[in-house]
Write a protein that binds this ligand. Structure first.
Ligand code: CTP
Length: 398
């Protein structure tokens, strides 16, 4: 498993006629950023909306944009590209190309190549709302979708370039890249439902002040994204932050205090096979919450605290695979192993919080994974790569 699954892959981008073709160069850029090799093929109509030169420049590759009369070997070339491509994406996919493929028509380079292609093809339709809703177009899409190697992204609602408002907009390039990555990744977690917690709890003192910790939630979000790519159905319990929600996440719910996090876990836990408790859960809360803002000239700032519930410990009787995190600054391994045992976990991920270059606020982590009989240490990795290591260890138990 890898985070850079597009690296070195030949992605053939087919651009057909429609105003959304103006997004094609951006899609090429996003694919190139992932180190993919991009081959662009355009229909004659697409040339009305975006120039072959623009696509040639961004893809750094020859663009095929005319009919069969392009060159001597062009008839062979469409088979050659079909053979070599790791994935084909048609974006935008016009009603015309959808209709042609649905009817087995191969009257230009692009349609011939698609018919000669046996691996996965992603159609990203974009057109006028009335065309999109036309029962003929809908029927064609339904028919194509029934084939094992054909996939569709739904057009989005919104204002369309034709002046209409409704369904027909092409999803933005980053979403298309996400979908390509999703379709290219194997799915060892296909039948797994995973509950993931992410971020920091907050214990309010009064309406404007709270006690919390520096967790950003990045580790939990990376776990959610990678688990989804590997086929899992993910429920994410998150603090309210500003991270982008993982693509294709099944459900998201938000917590603030430890009590509210516990309530959510109690609500969802029975529907899941695995819980990954990556949230940084606070251990203390205020005894008497002040419903009014405490004025700064009040006589004393003496506050009384009580303990929060240990959420993981409270679910130790549940028959679900449990992965916890151990945030340690000293006696790392010993403390992590104690937590594994005391909290009734199947696995614990040790984080060293004494280092500034990893963990809280950073995009990196350096972990050791403990199970009941084993431990495994990893190098410093991005949080996405760390997430994959954790999920790979879990997969060994499934
Ligand atoms: N955790 C929890 N409930 C708490 C505190 C922590 O469920 N009240 C979970 C965390 O989400 C993490 C694991 O328990 O997965 C270990 O958290 P950590 O903060 O490392 O340890 P604590 O249990 O809080 O113990 P200590 O602060 O003494 O290290």
């Amino acid at each position: 498993m890898q985070t850079d699954m597009l690296k070195g892959k030949l992605i053939t981008l087919c651009v057909t006629g429609g105003i959304a073709a103006y997004k094609a160069p951006i899609l090429v850029r996003r694919l190139k950023e992932k180190a993919a090799i991009v081959q662009v093929i355009m229909t004659k109509n697409a040339e009305n909306f975006v120039t072959p030169l623009a696509l040639e420049t961004v893809s750094n590759n020859k663009v095929i944009y005319s009919l069969f009369n392009e060159g001597d070997n062009i008839k062979v070339e469409h088979i050659d590209i079909a053979d070599k491509s790791d994935f084909i994406v048609i974006a935008p996919a016009s009603a015309n190309i959808i209709g042609k493929i649905a009817n087995g028509i191969a009257d230009d380079f692009l349609s011939s190549m698609i018919l000669a292609y046996t691996k996965k093809v992603l159609f990203v339709p974009a057109m006028n709302v009335n065309m999109y809703n036309n029962p003929i177009v809908q029927k064609n899409m339904e028919f194509l979708n029934s084939f094992e190697n054909y996939y569709f992204m739904e057009a989005l609602e919104g204002d369309l370039a034709c002046g209409y408002s409704g369904k027909g907009r092409m999803p933005d390039p980053p979403l298309i890249v996400n979908e390509i990555e999703y379709l290219l990744t194997e799915k060892p977690l296909r039948n797994k439902k995973i509950l993931i917690t992410a971020g920091a709890t907050k214990e309010y003192i009064d309406p404007v002040r709270y006690i919390s910790n520096p967790s950003t939630g990045k580790m939990g979000y990376a776990l959610a994204s990678q688990a989804i790519k590997l086929g899992a159905t993910v429920t994410l319990l998150s603090h309210k932050g500003c991270l982008e929600l993982p693509y294709r996440v099944n459900k998201v719910d938000y917590f603030t205090s430890v009590d509210s996090l516990k309530e959510l876990i109690d609500k969802y836990i029975d529907e899941h096979d695995l819980i990954i408790m990556s949230a940084a859960v606070g251990d203390i809360k205020i005894k008497n919450y002040n419903t009014q803002k405490i004025k700064k000239n009040n006589k004393s700032w003496d506050l009384e605290f009580s303990s929060t519930p240990d959420v993981l410990k409270s679910i130790q009787h549940k028959k679900i695979f449990k992965i916890g995190f151990a945030a340690e600054s000293n006696n790392h391994s010993q403390n992590a192993q104690l937590k594994l045992e005391n909290k009734g976990l199947d696995m614990i991920v040790l984080n060293d919080i004494s280092r500034e270059d990893i963990g809280f606020q950073s995009d990196f982590n350096q972990i050791t994974i403990f199970t009941k009989n084993n431990s495994k240490s990893f190098d410093k990795l991005s949080k996405e790569e760390t997430a994959i290591k954790i999920l790979e260890e879990y997969i060994k138990f499934t």
